[in-house]
Design a protein around this ligand. Structure first.
Ligand code: ADP
Length: 482
């Protein structure tokens, strides 16, 4: 039997993306199709989404969704079967999906994402035009309230899965908004949406879920501790029998070094020398010296979570060892300034591009020798998976999904020929310095480095195994609900 799945997400590649969540929401439906799961994804009708869906069918109308008119549109684009919530009062505005261009969150995010979630629960209850989901899978705090609306409404018998992509973002609001959410009074309380005296969207989703998943086995363990649990470790420990760590994969059609229109020259594990053309293109883009020194890259949000403060502190060390660095990212202004300052100090050795540039991110993986990811925590991480696939060896902190996907170049792994990168712990300056030095050292020996590149490119980073695990989880929930 084909399972009909409703996925609810606040971003989806290639229509709207701020991070890994969009990649997952965009890639999982295709991978699940091979497992007998057909997915429709509910997303907000941001301008970028409406512009791309072309002619769409109206499948439901709201006169007053949280006080504003809205329509639900059905459209197929890029192989994705979408339900788009066109609610101009909430989603038609300049800026990002969650805030303005100055980085300030929209003040009505509580209402915008409650509206999205409310509609998700309505679809679960009533279906659209004869299509009704067997199961509902929602992503992160922006969609998590779907599970609460379902639990306290007519769709309470439909199984629901909540996936945590990052526990640092929880959707916490004042208690006063509760009355506007349209939930019954019994939804308030420790077993409902109440969270430390306020309203917690992710929390509400987690207590309302039949299954909780997160995006790597190690992160699933880490979030049970106070350090990584961010206030929710008690709740998560109480529901650990429902918790699953399922690794993200990558869309291997979009991220394929042998056939990637966004890079200068295609290559595979047997034609690594062709990477040189990508390296030269990258050096040119970043104004870096054209030489064979180890070329490190960073493609990242520039934040504390990603260890970017540790990174700016390590730049002089990296240059002192003879390395070069190309940085693509945006985020905290002091960190942006620190990277730009380093580029001034080390002309030809450090290049920095502040901004978001999807095509350039491909060239960086294709032309770089190693990608640096010194995260303090990392639920899964995708850039190390792209690095593996492109032979841009990950030099990463031993946390979360980074620990699960990169095999450290220790003596045992090197002699077995299975090392795919360098892991360091803890996430501190000394360990990061050591990892950079180790990478520079290994890079001097071309056969060794290329052996690691080939091992990395052989690693299975596809969605296949993980999609099978999600499908098995859905089937077990359906069997339990039947
Ligand atoms: P997170 O979702 O926590 O930011 P992930 O590693 O899971 O981190 O996913 C980040 C995604 O966003 C990857 O696809 C990465 O290539 C992309 N990305 C991050 N910053 C940029 C940028 N400045 N330009 C282009 N792509 C970026």
């Amino acid at each position: 039997m084909t399972i009909k799945l409703l996925s609810v997400a606040s971003e989806i590649y290639p229509l709207i993306k701020t991070g890994g969540l969009a990649d997952v929401a965009g890639a999982l439906p295709g991978a699940l199709a091979g497992q007998g799961v057909s997915t429709r994804t509910l997303v907000p009708g941001y301008p970028a989404v409406l512009a791309r869906i072309g002619k769409a069918k109206v499948v439901r109308r709201y006169d007053a969704l949280f006080g504003a008119p809205a329509t639900l549109l059905a459209a197929s684009v890029h192989g994705l079967d979408l339900l788009v919530l066109d609610a101009p009062a909430f989603f038609t505005r300049e800026g990002g999906p969650y805030g303005d261009d100055g980085g300030n969150d929209w003040g009505d995010n509580w209402r915008r994402f409650a509206a999205l979630s409310r509609v998700g629960a309505d679809i679960a209850a009533d279906g659209v035009k004869g299509w009704r989901p067997d199961i509902v899978h929602v992503h992160d705090w922006q969609a998590a309230m779907t599970a609460a609306y379902m639990r306290f409404g007519p769709a309470h018998a439909v199984p629901r899965v909540v996936t945590i992509h990052n526990l640092a973002f929880q959707g916490r609001y004042d208690a006063a908004i509760f009355d506007a959410l349209g939930l019954p009074p019994e939804a308030w309380g420790v077993d409902g949406v109440e969270y430390y005296g306020g309203t917690g969207y992710l929390k509400a989703g987690l207590v309302s879920a039949d299954a909780i998943t997160t995006v790597s086995p190690t992160y699933a363990e880490e979030i049970r501790s106070p350090v990584h649990g961010m206030g929710l470790d008690g709740l998560i420990n109480g529901r650990v029998d429902r918790l699953h760590g399922i690794l993200n994969g990558v869309d291997t059609a979009i991220w394929n070094p042998a056939d990637d229109a966004l890079i200068a020259k295609g290559y595979n594990a047997r034609t690594l020398s062709r990477r040189a053309a990508n390296r030269r293109a990258l050096e040119k883009q970043f104004g870096l010296d054209a030489d064979d020194a180890p070329l490190f890259v960073i493609v990242s949000r520039l934040t504390w979570q990603k260890g970017m403060d540790l990174m700016t502190g390590a730049i002089d060390h990296l240059v002192g060892l003879g390395g070069k660095l190309a940085v693509l990212g945006s985020g905290d202004h002091p960190l942006e300034g620190a990277f730009l300052g380093a580029a001034e100090r080390h002309r030809g050795r450090i290049g920095v591009r502040i901004g978001y540039d999807e095509p350039l991110s491909h060239l960086m993986q294709a032309g770089g020798d190693a990608i640096l990811i010194p995260s303090r925590f990392e639920p899964c991480g995708l850039t190390q998976l792209y690095g593996l696939r492109y032979g841009c060896l990950p030099v990463v902190a031993r946390v979360g999904g980074l620990a699960d996907t990169v095999i450290d170049a220790n003596a045992a792994a090197m002699s077995a020929g299975v090392a795919t990168g360098i892991l360091h712990a803890p996430s501190d300056p000394l360990a990061l310095h050591g990892a950079i030095a180790h990478a520079v050292h290994l890079h001097r020996n071309k056969p060794i480095w290329q052996g690691m590149q080939r091992a990395a490119m052989r690693a299975d980073v596809s969605w296949e195994n993980s999609a099978a695990r999600y499908a098995a989880l859905y089937r077990s929930l359906l069997a339990g609900a039947a």
